[in-house]
Ligand binder design. Structure first.
Ligand code: UDP
Length: 486
């Protein structure tokens, strides 16, 4: 049937309440809107302030994008008022269980909104397993938004299907992930804790239900680009058996400086300018940017090791620490900031990561390997030091160190449970940090890695330009959705 020429799609987006999902999904909503479609993002009151600014600026530049609020069922699950995302202050395993339970209780409110607005598609984060059936009630497709890229999804699938970790004698004995294009070795220590636990926790139950509804969903949207992981894009598509579209790096939709600096932050951008001024005074590729994502809360003794490792490296650095100014600073050695003045800048709280990575003064990125950070590092063309902490991060490390050859590993060996505060110990020592930084900044292979990273960054940018692989995949997705509604 012929499609109507200017039929506008209305797409609903439901991001999981954590920056690692919310930020890319908002970018995806902007991408659809930039193609002339209408995007509506569903979120809860405590999460909304993090991106109302982004939505205002998009609207003032003519994009049709809006926000709808639903109530987070804190009281129903016994969570304190206002805790509506994974970025809460003091995490405990018990709170994490309640949080995951609350996600399953949002179904009815989303159903009411679909009934009221009649969108043509619902794009929901993978953890909202019920979204597939809710969308089906209204005869519209549900697309899954998966946080990670193809490599990590394929690696996780290999573990779930073949259970290679059950065939080794100890947590530190390595095994090969079966049926992948490369020989990828892992240990039980590096696998997410939910793979290894006995009994079914709320998170495991949620993940099982997600896997089951994947089979009934229309398809999957992935924040990656084909040229980054072609073998795994092909392999995943064959093994997954559903449609998938790669449309990233989606962060590249933020072009204006005000969009980039406001991304993910609530309130003032004064510290953004301070950060940029500091970088402006540095030589090209002379600064190491250190950030562990939005969730990570290292123990004070691990923070101390990082401080001393950075000092010993003798390199310049920006280090983002998820502590507020008024937190007690026992984790910093006495007189540290005075000693580092001019050489190291500590950013407390939220850093303008995209702006920093794109600055020519940045020469390397020490990252926890969250998929967004990896992709943002790749896009900026910067070589990386990998320090995975939990979840898919250990798989992402393999992609950039072993397959792409644009990173060195600091030597993190054990997955920490992301839902709870990390143990009061330092698993990575100052010497290892110093060595990895020296290797990436001035080691034997530093130039080669820098060249490869730079070339990948160029490829990433081409992928989202008209005619590029991600641009074309998004066009196909829009055309397909439009054909379903005609
Ligand atoms: N981010 C940021 N400033 C910070 C910390 C994080 O802008 O201080 C952004 C970062 O650019 C990325 C996202 O938050 O887009 C974090 O996602 P990622 O997948 O890297 O890690 P997660 O936080 O989910 O572990």
């Amino acid at each position: 049937m012929e499609t109507k020429p200017h039929q506008q799609l209305h797409i609903f987006f439901l991001p999981f309440m954590g920056q690692g999902h919310t930020l890319p999904l908002i970018d995806i909503a902007k991408l659809f809107a930039s193609r002339g479609e209408k995007s509506t993002i569903i979120t809860t009151p405590a999460n909304a302030p993090l991106f109302t600014k982004a939505i205002q600026t998009s609207r003032s530049s003519g994009l049709e994008i809006e926000l709808l609020l639903i109530k987070f069922p804190s009281a129903e699950v016994g969570l304190p008022e206002g805790i509506e995302s994974t970025n809460w202050g003091s995490k405990t395993a018990e709170m994490a269980e309640k949080f995951f339970k609350a996600l399953t209780l949002l179904e009815q409110q989303v159903e009411q909104l679909l009934d009221q607005y009649h969108p043509q598609c619902l794009v929901a984060s993978s953890l909202f397993h019920w979204a597939t059936d809710v969308a089906a009630k209204f005869g519209i497709p549900r697309l899954i938004f998966q946080g990670p890229g193809f490599f990590s999804l394929r690696a996780a699938m290999s573990v779930t299907r073949y259970q290679p970790h059950m065939k080794v004698a100890s947590d530190s004995e390595s095994f090969v992930l079966p049926n992948l294009p490369h020989e990828i070795k892992m240990t039980r220590n590096k696998l997410p804790s939910f793979v290894k636990q006995n009994g079914e926790t709320e998170l495991m139950k949620l993940l099982r239900e997600c896997r089951e509804t994947e089979k009934r969903s229309y398809g999957i949207v992935i924040n990656s680009f084909y040229e980054l992981e072609p073998d795994y894009a092909d392999h995943y598509r064959k093994a997954f058996g559903r449609k998938s579209w790669h449309i990233g790096p989606v962060s590249l939709c933020n072009k204006a400086e005000k969009d980039i600096s406001a991304r993910g932050r609530e309130g003032s951008v004064d510290d953004v300018h301070e950060c940029l001024q500091w970088l402006n005074s540095k030589k090209p590729r002379s600064v190491v940017y250190v950030c562990f994502g939005s969730l990570n809360s290292f123990s004070d003794c691990q923070l101390l090791e990082i401080a001393l490792g950075l000092e010993a490296s003798q390199q310049q650095f920006i280090w983002v620490v998820k502590k507020e100014n008024n937190d007690e600073e026992e984790w910093l050695p006495e007189g540290y900031e005075q000693r580092m003045e001019g050489r190291g800048l500590i950013v407390r709280g939220w850093a303008p990561q995209l702006l920093i990575l794109q600055h020519e003064a940045v020469g390397a990125f020490l990252t926890h390997c969250g998929w967004n950070s990896i992709l943002e590092g790749v896009t900026a063309g910067v070589p990386m030091i990998t320090w995975p902490v939990f979840a898919d991060q250990f798989y992402n490390e393999k992609l950039v160190t072993q397959i792409l050859g644009i990173a060195v590993a600091v030597g993190s060996q054990k997955s920490e449970d992301g839902g709870v505060k990390s143990e009061a110990r330092a698993s990575v020592k100052r010497e290892a940090i110093k060595m990895a930084i020296t290797e990436i900044m001035e080691g034997y292979e530093a130039d080669g890695m820098r060249r490869k990273a730079f070339a990948l960054g160029e490829t990433a940018r081409r992928a989202v330009e008209e005619g590029g692989s991600s641009f074309s995949d998004l066009t196909s997705l829009i055309e397909e959705l439009r054909s379903l509604g005609s």
